[in-house]
Design a protein around this ligand. Structure first.
Ligand code: ATP
Ligand code: MG
Length: 417
């Protein structure tokens, strides 16, 4: 992608009303645009990051048996009345509206009811189970606070997977497999080190559900962590639980701020009973399906990566989710020979399958370097007059600042890894 072709531009300053660091950097970089509090547009560069995150999530969900689908945001009140989750007293984040044709509808803030209803048409025997449908879809929540940039918005993507099992053993096996998949996802996103599978309250069968909490000063949540024992609990569990059964004592736990990047939950038969999702077991009896729900917010994860890995100069993307692997910066390109040389390496790298953002703008070197640091691609490759004379490109790794001067062949070798 040539930067002169991108409709977005970098900004020197973030809007004064933007308080969150993740959104400040992403707005300045032209990754996102703030439409209003709690609602952002994802611009071409930002959408590419989300797509990269989603690709990782899809790979890991498919690997444990997930099947992708897509459900509507528009919700039928009648369905939610069956599970007692339609009233504003029961659920305080509903957006509701009237249909012109008459009748009230809601905008989905989660999808247990919808999918449970769908599954009643496809599940009838234990042979139909287990099944693990999921989607990456837009949720709407009338959140009171929206001050954490893209980490808490009123309209957001969620990967939500739901498990449908015949037995508790089947359920527990999938629950553990999904927890492991979540840790792999967060590791691949570059936040594995700081992310804890955290005991939270609620959940059928066991006393707990689990939140995936990433330690971060910008977090809205609080967790209690023993780094040594690799155990974390949330505030409710700290207040209620017998910690000995978790292998820690209170004084071993350190209070830390954190971001909930994911959440997994055993639902038991709450929704299957309410909506009549049953199957015939091997004795021929009708029994309710055992369910679980498993969420991740791709944009919240993106904000977390920005928040944790950025330095004073700007964003630092891990290679796995960077919109482009290389930021090619052309200098002295008013000289046609240098410009041809820079264009040549852009074409050659692209042909070899390396994703390249090419700064072909007519701008001063200082501005180009500052923008390159702000945008945060894993590698900056500089094509300049001086480089052309020596036949070498300056290559700088964004995360470490490590610099090398490489010939064209060395460059191809490096990026064909
Ligand atoms: P929170 O406690 O932060 O309000 P939640 O427990 O309501 O979140 P879930 O319903 O479990 O969240 O949603 C699953 C995942 O979706 C969360 O772990 C988070 O990554 C993401 N998510 C939830 N709410 C938002 C939001 N308002 N904006 C962006 N992502 C969100
Ligand atoms: Mg939560």
């Amino acid at each position: 992608m040539r930067q002169t072709q991108l409709f977005t531009k970098t900004l020197r300053e973030a809007p004064a009303n933007e308080v969150a660091k993740n959104a400040q950097l992403l707005i300045r970089g032209g990754y996102i645009f703030k439409n209003m509090a709690g609602a952002y547009s994802f611009l071409p560069l930002g959408l590419q990051v989300v797509e990269n995150i989603n690709a990782i999530i899809r790979e890991e969900m498919d690997a444990i048996g997930g099947q992708e689908m897509h459900m509507p945001s528009l919700q039928d009140a009648a369905l939610w009345k069956q599970s007692d989750r339609w009233s504003d007293e029961a659920v305080d984040v509903w957006f509701k509206t009237e249909l012109k044709a008459g009748g009230e509808i809601g905008l989905a803030w989660t999808h247990e009811e919808v999918l449970t209803d769908i599954m009643t048409h496809y599940v009838s025997s234990y042979k139909d189970l287990p099944k693990f449908p999921y989607q990456i879809q837009t949720k709407f929540r009338n959140e009171m606070r929206a001050k954490s940039g893209i980490m808490r918005t009123r309209e957001f993507w969620m990967k939500d997977l739901y498990s449908f099992c015949a037995t508790e053993e089947q359920h527990n096996e999938f629950y553990e497999a999904c927890a492991d998949a979540y840790m792999r996802i967060f590791k691949r996103l570059g936040i594995g080190q700081q992310t804890y599978k955290t005991f939270a309250s609620g959940g059928a069968f066991t006393k707990f559900s689990h939140e995936f909490q990433t330690l971060a000063e910008a977090g809205e949540d609080v967790v209690y962590v023993s780094e040594e024992k690799n155990v974390a609990v949330n505030e409710e569990v700290l207040a209620e639980a017998d910690l000995a059964e978790l292998g820690v004592s209170k004084d071993e736990l350190e209070k830390r701020k954190s971001i909930e990047v994911g959440n997994i939950f055993s639902l038991g038969t709450k929704f299957s009973e309410a909506l009549g999702l049953t199957f015939k077991n091997d004795a021929g009896e009708d029994v309710p399906v055992i369910m679980g729900s498993y969420g991740i917010g791709p944009a919240r994860a993106m904000g977390t990566v920005v928040d944790l890995l950025a330095d004073e100069k700007g964003i630092v993307w891990p290679a796995a989710i960077a919109p482009y692997r290389v930021h090619l910066v052309g200098l002295n390109t008013d000289d046609a020979a240098v410009r041809d040389w820079a264009d040549g390496i852009y074409t050659a790298l692209t042909k070899r399958g390396v994703t390249v953002l090419y700064d072909d703008r007519d701008a001063r070197p200082g501005e180009k370097f500052a923008d390159s640091d702000l945008l945060g691609m894993p590698y900056r490759v500089v094509a300049s007059r001086k480089g052309k004379e020596s036949g070498r490109f300056e290559v700088v790794e964004r995360a470490t600042g490590e610099m090398h001067e490489l010939t064209e062949d060395e460059l191809f070798n490096k990026f064909s890894e």
